[in-house]
Design a protein around this ligand. Structure first.
Ligand code: PEP
Ligand code: MG
Length: 585
């Protein structure tokens, strides 16, 4: 039995067998398979070897005809190695004799080959070392690629353990079978975390070296309340967690009963609870959890889930599907927020030294007008099918907002000329997720119909903490006084100007922040769907007076730790049973 601590990002408890996914660009730890699995591992190896050979032959002939025989020779060397039985038998022997995974056998054998070559003098041999690494990546790519495909079609219920999951891996998970996620990397608002939350499955990230401590088939407990993963729990722990699971299911039933109740405070103030989605099929889950509509549709997931750029019609179909499912309720569609941590496999952008400060999101769209216009055409065409609103992400200056609006007007003109119907007065809003926009909010107000505060990014840019980096996750805090001050200023300014404002970061789904946010004047939230009932329970248990008192007290505190602990205490006192998740010790 071993226990590993990480960052809990989606609540709940799960017990199940592990399925471990290795990463192509990292050392592959030694993982033992059951004796009955050895032949299956050999078959996976043979499969990966023949796919690699076929791929190399294709590359060789393409290079020969396009560039010349000389350069194509590089592939002859790679093919020669793969067809050398002396080498490939080493893989097979290792799998059979040591009962390790095919990935580990390939990794260890190729590393040993590279070491041998490195000891030989001469430039040619040093170049060959790179070839060996290259070949190793190619075979591992096939082995791991198949493992990823298998995630979409799991034979049994499983807890997925990985170094990290790409958005497309997470999006492709077999949702009925995956009971929890546990990853070495990631932070509180990394996209694995957001998707796990949206799927309503427990998840812990930032577990550092969990993948090297777990073998596929091990029994795991994922306790996302306490932020721990237990590998091979003992009988006593299993019994305790089975009881917790039963309680968790009971609590979900109680919260589900709130779905049809209004979100109104004890003194009669209405609060709008909308939901965040990544895919149109999530609309039904959001409504089932009691959401009033969709306050953030992260449309970039249409790109992230596939290797190909979606066509205008594919955009249109997805948007109309969401609108129909909403049946007249609002849909706030955020335009593409690609780049930084949200990159698709098929999109090749030049590497940037600082991607979070780079050409991402609205900046990327403004530099790629065909990409942007394709989406805006689909948005406008779909706008006549329901209550659609459009929102631009990562706005950092008034000029940027004006530019985005101008492109929207250009697209409107094109559609009008073509006689395509669209809603001319479609509400246009912006996300406030960059400190420069928050600080200068008054200049934006006359130019937008609504605002949505994106705290996931606002926190990372205000405190200068990468939201996906597990090593500094303790510094990433929604309770940082500077973050709260920015939110308060934006809400006050918007309320005074009578411009609708909501908050759509993950912070809104943490019940301890709700009273503070109501106290500083927020009346609308967009949350990950499973968080809606718990937030509704808080709203229905408090008065605005109580919330304002809490907000005043928070204003006098100077550290995130004090603020967080104070908010948890108040919540525990006012809404017993609502406190979950992490505390800052
Ligand atoms: C945010 O930044 O708070 C947000 C809601 O957007 P995303 O998490 O997609 O960056
Ligand atoms: Mg954001």
């Amino acid at each position: 039995m071993q226990t590993k601590r990480g960052i809990p990002v989606s609540p709940g408890v799960a017990i199940g067998r592990a399925v471990v996914v290795d990463a192509e660009d990292r050392p592959v730890p030694r993982r033992v398979v059951a004796p009955s699995q050895v032949e299956a591992e050999i078959a996976r190896l043979e499969d990966a070897l023949s796919s690699s050979i076929a791929e190399l032959k294709k590359l060789q002939s393409e290079t020969e005809s396009r560039i010349g025989v000389e350069l194509a020779r590089i592939f002859t060397f790679h093919l020669g190695m793969l067809q050398d039985k002396h080498l490939t038998d080493q893989f097979r022997t290792m799998i059979r004799e040591q009962r390790v995974t095919a990935e580990h056998a390939v990794f260890m054998t190729m590393r040993a080959e590279a070491r041998k070559l490195r000891q030989v003098e001469g430039r040619l041999f040093q170049e060959r070392v790179k070839d060996v690494w290259d070949l190793e990546r190619r075979i591992l790519g096939h082995l791991i690629g198949r493992a990823t495909e298998a995630l979409a079609n799991l034979p049994h219920e499983a807890i997925v353990v990985a170094h990290d999951l790409t958005p497309s891996q997470t999006a492709g998970l077999d949702k009925d079978k995956v009971k929890a996620l546990a990853t070495d990397a990631g932070g509180r608002t990394s996209h694995t975390a957001i998707l796990a939350h949206a799927l309503g499955i427990p998840a812990i990230v930032g577990l550092e070296d969990l993948t090297s401590r777990v073998d596929s088939g091990d029994t795991l407990v994922v306790d996302a309340g306490r932020g721990v993963v237990i590998v091979e729990p003992d009988a006593g722990q299993l019994m305790q967690y089975r009881e917790e699971l039963a309680q968790q299911q009971q609590q979900q039933v109680t919260l589900a009963e709130l779905a049809d109740e209004p979100a109104v405070t004890t003194d009669g103030v209405e609060v709008k609870l909308l939901a965040n989605i990544e895919f149109p099929y999530e609309v039904s889950t959001a409504l089932a959890h009691g959401a009033d509509g969709i306050g953030l549709y992260r449309t970039e997931f249409l790109y992230l889930a596939s290797d190909l750029e979606p066509t205008e019609d594919q955009h249109y179909d997805a948007y109309v599907e969401a609108l129909y499912a909403l049946d007249g309720r609002p849909l706030v569609l955020r335009t593409l927020d690609l780049g930084a941590d949200k990159m698709s496999n098929g999109m090749q952008y030049p590497g940037e030294r600082n991607p979070f400060l780079g050409c991402r999101s609205i900046r990327l769209c403004l530099q790629n007008l065909p990409l942007f216009k394709t989406q805006l055409r689909a948005v406008l065409r779909a706008s006549v099918e329901g209550d659609m609103r459009v929102m631009f992400p990562l706005i950092s200056s008034v000029m940027e907002l004006r530019q985005a609006r101008m492109i929207l007007s250009d697209v409107m003109e094109d559609l009008a000329e073509e006689g395509v119907p669209f809603r001319e007065d479609i509400p246009v809003g912006m996300m406030v997720e960059v400190p420069s926009a928050a600080l200068q909010i008054r200049s934006f107000l006359p130019e937008v119909d609504f605002l949505s505060i994106g705290t996931n990014d606002l926190i990372q840019y205000t405190v200068a903490v990468d939201r996906g980096n597990e090593r500094i996750a303790n510094l990433y805090s929604p309770a940082h006084p500077a973050v709260i001050q920015l939110i308060r200023d934006v809400v006050r300014a918007a309320n005074r100007a009578k411009v609708e404002v909501s908050l759509c970061g993950e912070m809104g789904g943490e019940p301890e922040f709700i009273m503070l946010l109501l106290g500083i004047g927020l009346r609308a939230f967009s949350l990950t769907p499973p968080a809606v009932p718990a937030v509704k329970r808080v709203v229905r248990s408090v008065s605005i007076n109580q919330c304002q008192r809490i907000a005043r007290r928070v204003g006098s505190l100077e550290s995130d730790r004090e603020i967080h602990n104070y908010l948890r205490e108040e919540l525990r006192r006012i809404v017993p049973g609502a406190v979950g998740g992490r505390s800052i010790e």
